[in-house]
Design a protein around this ligand. Structure first.
Ligand SMILES: Cc1cc2nc3c(=O)[nH]c(=O)nc-3n(C[C@H](O)[C@H](O)[C@H](O)COP(=O)(O)OP(=O)(O)OC[C@H]3O[C@@H](n4cnc5c(N)ncnc54)[C@H](O)[C@@H]3O)c2cc1C
Length: 522
């Protein structure tokens, strides 16, 4: 068995099931890296890891084994796995400040806020690292256990609707595209680094918008993303308010306009400055009605962070789903607390548990302390449907009707989040403002049937929609991928993959069943 020299090693493993047991993947095993003990200067350690990653690709090409880099395996689809070998990158977690003289003189951003981070940094680790310098990531999903490379590779998003999904922070990618090829890639239209930076990591320097936009959301298909250049920002406070509001014409208008300022805040949050809205999220419990009379809103407004007065909110307690909780966390928290299978008699209990998880609050916190770890496991399933915001209300009504017609009781939360559109060619948040209709549930045949019904009904209604690459998305077929992203974008993505990767053999090595099933393997 090939074993990388240095920090990497191979561990045999026959089965992978992912974090929420949403699939079963037979495999040969995975490479992993030993923790860096700081024996060498960090930059040397980084470059050594590049060499090891190249060696791992070489070994897999030689052995005819498929290979895929994986992050925390938080994806619920099979995008992160393959029947050959995986690379667990989680010990690759260096992070660097960027010397100003290596940046391009045309760079209009603040060089002091750039960071070059290794792929395996978790969002939690990144938050801590940046906090020490008074900095913050710009956007985050509901939790922080993903790795930076894994999160951006599927288009992980929160509801920072004026900023976008997590990949929008990224301005450079160090991509290992074969045993003999690795590149530092950035957009031609917004140059950030000079070629000398690429030289310092031994990489070819490429400035190209199409190649960058293709590789940015590519779910492990373009090789190994070893390092990521991100733009950060100063720490900022989020005034987060969770409250109930009637599902009425006013709320529908706010959804249509993607404008939380149309909704008054509850009295205790009256003093919150409302000039910088940041996050808008709306949850529905369809077991309260289809549609329910009320929705649960989570709205966040920015204000200045003051290190002298800031006190992080307490974690709510073991087993609870956290302040930034999504429906998926709440479903995880409910597992074991509600009967299974559910019947109508259990609905009041289910609803009271959901209410408890979504109890009202008003907290002031930084990103690091709002979107925290997921404390629960279990067989939950989530799906993110990207929709043009103008059709968000209609789409949710379709989901309500599908649930009503199913005449069943499912532990299920439906929600909306909103994301500014992405330039990533296959970014599923591709509409100018993308409303994400989320369906979060316990994973049973009935919930999977419900998700499928909603997809079919949305299709029948002519609503153009995409699906989160890292969540349940079995509806996707080659035709549907092309139909949703357009032939031009798909073809550019495929051509970019061919251009960037060293050879057809390397492309084959980084091809998994997920891509083949979607017509994305060439
Ligand atoms: C509790 C929970 C909460 C979630 N909340 C949200 C949310 O709020 N918003 C949202 O959008 N999604 C959410 N998700 C989905 C999750 O954010 C994505 O699936 C994300 O991609 C997972 O990141 P990961 O580090 O676990 O990567 P993995 O799932 O391990 O991998 C994801 C993809 O990245 C690729 N990849 C990983 N590392 C590399 C690398 N170094 N080089 C090249 N490719 C690589 C993999 O091949 C794979 O295709 C959530 C999932 C869970 C379990």
């Amino acid at each position: 068995m090939p074993d990388g020299q240095g920090r990497s090693f191979f561990r045999p493993q026959t089965l992978e099931t992912g974090r929420h047991q949403s699939y079963e993947q037979a495999l040969e095993g995975e490479y992993a890296f030993r923790i860096d003990r700081g024996e060498k200067p960090p930059f040397e350690t980084y470059n050594d890891a590049t060499s090891e990653l190249r060696g791992i690709i070489q070994a897999c090409v030689q052995d005819g084994k498929s290979l895929r880099a994986r992050g925390s395996l938080w994806s619920l689809s099979t995008c992160a796995v393959t029947n050959g070998r995986l690379i667990d990158n989680k010990a690759l977690r260096l992070a660097f400040e960027v010397p100003r003289d290596l940046t391009n003189p045309a760079y209009t951003g603040d060089a002091a806020k750039l960071r070059f981070v290794e792929c395996g940094n978790s969002i939690a680790a990144l938050n801590d690292y940046l906090f020490a310098s008074g900095l913050s990531i710009k956007a985050c999903g509901s939790n922080n256990g993903q790795t930076i490379a894994g999160a951006l590779s599927t288009g992980t998003h929160g509801s920072a609707y004026e900023f976008g999904a997590m990949q929008e922070m990224v301005v450079g990618l160090h991509l290992i595209a074969g045993p003999n090829k690795h590149v530092y890639l950035q957009r031609q239209s917004s140059p950030v680094m000079q070629p000398v930076f690429a030289q310092s990591i031994g990489a070819d320097f490429i400035q190209d918008d199409t190649l960058f936009n293709a590789a940015l959301v590519s779910f492990g298909s373009f090789g190994i993303i070893h390092g990521v250049m991100i733009e950060t920002r100063e720490l900022f406070l989020l005034n987060a308010v969770r409250f109930r509001h009637p599902y009425d014409a006013k709320l529908k208008a706010a959804i249509d306009a993607c404008d939380p300022t149309l909704i008054p805040l509850p009295a205790e949050a009256n003093s919150v400055p409302r000039d910088k809205p940041y996050h808008f999220e709306i949850f529905f419990n369809p077991n309260e009605g289809t549609p329910p009379a009320e929705a649960i809103l989570l709205v966040m407004y920015e204000s200045a962070y003051d290190p002298d007065t800031y006190v992080a909110p307490e974690w709510q307690g073991a087993g609870e789903s956290g302040l930034g909780a999504s429906g998926l966390n709440v479903m995880g928290a409910l597992l074991g607390r509600i009967p299974s299978p559910l019947n109508r008699l259990a609905v009041p209990l289910l609803n009271s548990q959901v209410n408890q998880e979504f109890s009202p609050y008003f907290k002031q916190a930084i990103i690091r302390d709002l979107f925290r770890g997921e404390q629960t496991l279990g067989k939950t399933l989530a799906c993110g449907v990207g929709i043009p915001v103008a059709r968000a209300v209609e789409a949710m009504e379709i989901a309500f009707k599908a649930y009503k017609d199913a005449d069943t009781v499912l532990p299920l939360i439906l929600s909306h989040r909103f994301v500014k559109g992405t330039k990533a060619l296959l970014g599923f948040t591709r509409f100018d403002t993308t409303a994400i209709l989320e369906m979060d549930a316990v994973n049973t045949p009935e919930t999977r049937a419900f998700f499928n019904q909603v997809w079919s009904d949305l299709d029948a209604a002519g609503i153009p929609f995409t699906l989160h690459w890292g969540k349940y998305n079995v509806f996707l077929t080659p035709d549907r991928v092309r139909n949703r992203y357009g032939d031009a974008a798909v073809d550019q993505w495929l051509t970019s993959r061919e251009t960037l990767m060293e050879s057809a053999a390397v492309r084959q090595t980084f091809t998994n069943a997920f891509m083949t099933d979607l017509g994305l393997a060439t």
